[in-house]
Design a protein around this ligand. Sequence first.
Ligand SMILES: [Zn+2]
Length: 461
Amino acid sequence: MNTEPPGVEIIAGAPVYARDGEGTMVSLPYRRRSENGVVTLLGVVNLRFNIVLPEPPPSGNASLPLGLLVAMAAGLPLRMETPVSPLLLENCDRFQEIHQCFFPDETIVPIRAEATAGTQAAPALGVGSFLSNGVDSLHSILDHRDEITHFIFIIGFDIWLKHSEYAARALTQARETATKLGRPLIVVETNVFDFSHHYIPWPRDGHLVQASIGFLLSPLLGKIIQALDFSYLHFATGPEHPHLYEALCSEDFHIQPSCGKYTRQQKVRRLCQSPEWLPHLRVCWDMPEDRLNCGKCEKCLRTMIGLSIEGASALCPVLPELKPEAVAQLTYSSKSFPFYYDMLEAAEQSPHVSQELLRALRACVHRHQLEDLARKMLPLRHQLTATRRYQQFEKKLRDPLFSLLQRIDEVWLWKKLRRHAADFREDIRKVLRKSHKPLLKQGLRQAWLAKARALFRRKSS
Ligand SMILES: [Zn+2]
């Protein structure tokens, strides 16, 4: 028992259960105690299940994940009002360490909680699977269809509550998938986004909401399968990291990260080999008004490229035909790089990809590699600008040089650096070596590195 006197802290209250029509509403209250001892309500996260949930012995497991992230964001200790699983409590240190690696703005905080006593019940026999109908989620059915007993569909996180029409369409589609496999669909509606976006940048809290839902369903499901976005090869660098899921477990419940051995393109290929799932795909993040996939956003286009590589676009009526010009103009974040390297590699080998699409995909990947490289060169700009040669640059060239490094234009840069490159050749080589090392095993990266080196030698000699 923690006897430390209360100070400024975040307080995670006990989950409150209430019957709500045919289902159950569970409320997770979060409060903050200030310096003068006044306790104010930060917010209440409501989770409405379409089934009657058995109320387990008092446990704070479901309140802990979000409370911990709010406390880490605020840099304040977390006090749990209800006892928590000893295993979960033990794992919280590891969870915080990993989370802080990705998000250094967060603080590792102490947790003031009692551990639940007594012998734990054996885990329930049910096995859940989070279902969004995206590539990862449908693909995990291929590997786990025999063990899955329930599907879980969440509204209020990646689909916001206010987009009720889109949510209804997505739900209908999820029901069709569950019905096709003869498994019940547990629907959870939550206002978590309304609460969390005040305290935690979206989407850091996705896995935590899933863990809270998992703990609440633990009398029914001993584990829930969660399809990973990234393969272990491109080890996820963010809140989807498999170790984070593994840390959020108790004696009677855990989330099993799944399908990490497949890259995204391998998953698309396997889905195309079981094409009955393709009409069920919902990948869009834009929540369009009149359909499930907009066909224009990065996620839709990424999936359309993947299907084209497999020659399966015609088998997927829920996504439009891919236009190469859309690919050439496509922009994506550095987090998505592995998806595109992977697709370009597959496209180079594919008999289904037109030269036009291949050119567009190459241009799109190349542009992002250059931008990535420029971003990685930025920390070296002080060394670069300190060289004697740099001082000889015309002023009008010096100023835009590094702002242009961010939105790098290859031809422009090499042309401008040509006469002055000798002074910072080593620095640039260092960046090239460092930034490309993790992906050197990929032929594409090696080819690009060789090309960049040759180009640099030629330009600077
Ligand atoms: Zn879309």
